[in-house]
Design a protein around this ligand. Structure first.
Ligand SMILES: [Zn+2]
Length: 343
C-alpha cells in the first residue's frame, strides 16, 4: 500500500510502498478515506516530539476510515464500520505498537497513523460513527475540531457573552473560532501575523486584528481592552508574552501551540496575574477530549446545526502531493488541509 513515510528528520516525506504487518490482539485494520493534516506533524518532521529515534515512521493522527478487519478480542468495532481515527485514547484495548515492513525491514509505528491507504490502529484509537457522518467531519473530529471543542468546554470554560481572543488562525485556530461560536462567546477576536480578516470573519470571528505593534491600538479602536479567555495556538514565545498582558481579571489563558523545546516565555508585570479571583494559565493536552463520549455528542451538535464546519477546510491534497501541502502549512497559508487518500 501507498504511505507517506518520515525517513529523516527535517526531510520531505517519502511516498512509497509499505507492507502491512500482522494484526495481533486489540488491533484494527482501517481503510483510510480522508486524513486531516495537523500542526503536530510539522513538529514531528522537525523532530520536536522526541521522535528522531523512531524514524523511519508513519505520520498523521486524524482520519476517517472504514474498518476492514479486526484482531483478536476487539469488540468495539466491526468490519464495515465507519470510524473516526483519533490520537487521544478512547475506550477499548490499548494494543502493542503496530508494525509494517518498509524497504524489507520491520518498521514500528504509533498507535494511530493516517497518511497511508491503510493503517493498523489500536482499538482505543477508533470510534465508530453513523455511516452517513460526512468524511471530512469525521477526520476533523480526530484531532483539530475535537481539541478545540473540548478545550473551550473543559479548560477555557467559555460562558455566553464572554470575550475570546484566538491567537494564530491556522488549522487549529480556525477550529477554535467554531468552538467559541458554539459556546456563545460575545466577541471572538482572531489575531494572526498574516492578513486573515476575510477568512476569520467567514469562520465566525467578530473581529480580526494583525499581530504586532498595531494590535493594542486596533483592539482599543473596537473598545476591547482585555479578554476573559485567550487561546494561543501559535506557540510563538513573543506572541504568548504579548497576549498574556491582554488577559482580564479572572481570565483563562490556554496554551495550545507548543513553544520550541528549551524556549522560555516572559510574563510581563507578573503581578497582573492576581487580578480578580486570579488568572489561570493552562497548557492543554487536547482539552481533555474523551473520544468515546465526546465524538457522538459533537456529531449531534453538527446534526442539529449548532456546530458547522464551513470554511474550516481550505485545501485538499493527495498523498503524492503531501509535501506541497506541508509547505502551505509552514507558510501559514492554510486552515485545515485534507488528504483524499484514494485520489
Ligand atoms: Zn493534531
Amino acid at each position: 500500500m501507498k504511505a507517506a513515510v518520515l525517513e529523516k528528520i527535517g526531510a520531505p516525506l517519502t511516498v512509497a510502498d509499505v507492507e502491512l504487518g500482522e494484526l495481533p490482539r486489540g488491533q484494527v485494520l482501517v481503510k483510510i478515506l480522508v486524513s486531516g493534516m495537523c500542526g503536530a506533524q510539522l513538529q514531528e518532521i522537525a523532530g520536536y516530539k522526541g521522535n528522531a529515534k523512531f524514524v523511519p515512521h508513519l505520520l498523521g493522527h486524524e482520519g476517517c476510515g472504514i474498518v476492514e478487519k479486526i484482531g483478536e478480542d476487539v469488540t468495539r468495532v466491526m468490519p464495515g464500520d465507519k470510524v473516526v481515527m483519533h490520537w487521544r485514547k478512547g475506550e477499548g484495548i490499548e494494543s502493542d505498537f503496530p508494525s509494517y515492513v518498509y524497504k524489507g525491514k520491520k518498521m514500528s509505528s504509533g498507535k494511530v497513523t493516517t497518511f497511508s491507504e491503510y493503517a493498523i490502529v489500536s482499538e482505543n484509537r477508533v470510534t465508530a460513527v453513523p455511516q452517513d457522518t460526512p468524511d471530512d467531519l469525521c477526520a476533523l473530529l480526530g484531532c483539530g475540531l475535537s481539541t478545540a471543542l473540548a478545550t473551550v468546554e473543559n479548560d477555557a470554560r467559555v460562558k455566553a457573552g464572554e470575550k475570546v481572543l484566538i491567537v494564530g488562525i491556522g488549522g487549529l485556530g480556525a477550529c477554535f473560532i467554531k468552538a467559541a461560536k458554539l459556546a456563545g462567546a460575545g466577541a471572538i477576536v482572531a489575531v494572526d501575523i498574516h492578513d486573515k480578516d476575510a477568512a476569520a470573519r467567514a469562520l465566525g470571528a467578530t473581529h480580526f486584528v494583525r499581530a504586532g505593534s498595531e494590535m493594542r491600538s486596533a483592539l482599543h479602536a473596537v473598545d476591547i481592552e482585555s479578554f476573559n479567555v485567550i487561546i494561543e495556538t501559535s506557540g510563538n514565545a513573543g506572541a504568548i508574552a504579548e497576549t498574556l498582558t491582554l488577559l482580564g481579571d479572572s481570565g483563562r489563558y490556554i496554551l495550545v501551540g507548543q513553544p520550541k523545546p528549551g524556549e522560555s516565555v516572559e510574563i510581563r508585570n507578573a503581578v497582573h496575574l492576581f487580578g480578580g479571583e486570579g488568572k489561570t494559565i493552562k497548557a492543554t493536552q487536547g482539552g481533555g477530549f474523551r473520544p468515546s463520549s465526546d465524538i457522538p455528542r459533537y456529531i449531534e451538535e453538527y446534526g442539529s446545526g449548532r456546530l458547522d464546519i464551513e470554511n474550516l477546510i481550505t485545501h485538499r491534497t493527495t498523498l503524492e502531493k503531501v509535501n506541497d501541502a506541508l509547505r502551505l502549512m509552514r507558510e501559514g497559508k492554510a486552515n485545515r488541509i485534507m488528504i483524499d487518500i484514494w485520489q
